[in-house]
Design a binder for this molecule. Sequence first.
Ligand SMILES: Cc1cc2nc3c(=O)[nH]c(=O)nc-3n(C[C@H](O)[C@H](O)[C@H](O)COP(=O)(O)OP(=O)(O)OC[C@H]3O[C@@H](n4cnc5c(N)ncnc54)[C@H](O)[C@@H]3O)c2cc1C
Length: 483
Amino acid sequence: MTAASRGQTFIAGLNDGRNVWLGGERVNNLPAHPAFRGTLATIAGLFDMLDDPGTRDEIGYAVPETGRYAHGSFLVPYTPEHIARRSGAFSRWAKETHGVMSRLSDYARSMVTGWYGARAQLARLDDRFADKISIYYKEARDRDLFLTTSLLDPQIDRSKGLTDKKIAERYLHVVKETKEGIVLRGAKMIATGAPYTHDFLIFSFHRLPNEHGKHAHALIVPANSAGLHIVCRESFADARVRDHPLSARYDEMDAVLLFDDVLVPWERVLLYGDADAVWRLRTNRTANGLAFHQTVVRFVAKLEFVAGVAFAIADAIGVNGFLHIQEKLGELLTQIDTMKALLLASEVRAKPDETGVLVPESSFIDTARSLGTTYYPRAIDILQQVGGGGFVQTPSTLSEFGGPIARLLELYFEGAGVGAEKKVQLFKLAWDLIGSPLGSRHELYERFYAGDPVRAFAGQYVAADKERLTDPVWKLLRDVHGS
Ligand SMILES: Cc1cc2nc3c(=O)[nH]c(=O)nc-3n(C[C@H](O)[C@H](O)[C@H](O)COP(=O)(O)OP(=O)(O)OC[C@H]3O[C@@H](n4cnc5c(N)ncnc54)[C@H](O)[C@@H]3O)c2cc1C
């Protein structure tokens, strides 16, 4: 009997008692459910690349202690070669899904890797932290655990904070401490990939005042914890893979997590009760640098994909010679090069943290992430302008090409140098990017996945060394006008 592949093992483990809610029902057989089947097949295929001798060195590395291959996101980088290896693993997975699947767990795994790498430094936050994260890191690495994050509090009334009783009761907080662990109640949003994750990384995104210890925690919560409810949005999956090639295979489900008195065992409670310690973990340079690095690698793949679709459409309908189309297609290339340059700069300028872990330079990564929030909507805008009405000038299904009016379709749907069916295939793919529910969700995702973009840009300003820029201005004025 041959051993199950990693993909098969991943899928087989999902019917583990977790409470996933979709369409008003509890999902009983997750792998067989049409909302998840296509996406899970994609993820299983990516996991299997680690079993394949032809791809495993690109996706992963042989763990020195065991000789078993683990995903590159678990590699603690100490040299530029390690950074390149991590980047290559992210890039290969991203390219396999054209950058459309963003939460393949390599982001959250990198955060765990960062906490593990920086454990000696983070031990200052809690003296049990280093042991807990060491055990968990090895478990996640050696069992190929799929991980995701859920960091934001539910949107109830953003004008109010934890001093409001209604808010305090609904934001995730500890209601009881027991010998086994802490019991939590409240909600967290949004967790992409939630229905099929093994564990959630849960901590606060925003800084909490120190008096709110019950709301201050950093946790690793198993998806099948009793009392945890994973409430999915509407599914955007579409089984018609020929008509919806992206929605059929890449719908990463988003969900809200409801904690109805969930016990989290002490070994999974990384921090609790100390808001300042939680904030220091949340802003840890090592973990953020390793995780955010993945997001930029993935984003490059997505921009390249959108540009590829736009270029193909321009060719397919013969608009590639018009000046304003060329200008817009050129703009897509500048987006890609800007992102690549920032990525490269972050890798070349990587600096060791105080424990020796080499961390990509965060200022370039932060800039890339902030620019991404405007680049993606602009890329989609350009794609729309290039394609015009062609996106809806398609028959409802590609099957029409085998039907009674095929002859007429071949005649009237033909493109410039491209046959009718190929042109319709291309426009259907493009519609899946810009107009389908999945496509709309992606525009929202790129604006908000990294947090509120307004506060992200503002945060860069607040954290910057501003005198470096203002000093020469004051000096010039002094030179010209005297002091
Ligand atoms: C599709 C999708 C998937 C996501 N997946 C994940 C995930 O897997 N894991 C995860 O952790 N996160 C994820 N996120 C990000 C996260 O859940 C939030 O959406 C994101 O951080 C923005 O916060 P918010 O939605 O609460 O917006 P809000 O903070 O409520 O902001 C709404 C608007 O009000 C403004 N605003 C609100 N409060 C303030 C304030 N104090 N000061 C100034 N302006 C303010 C904002 O600028 C914004 O314009 C995802 C987001 C999306 C859209």
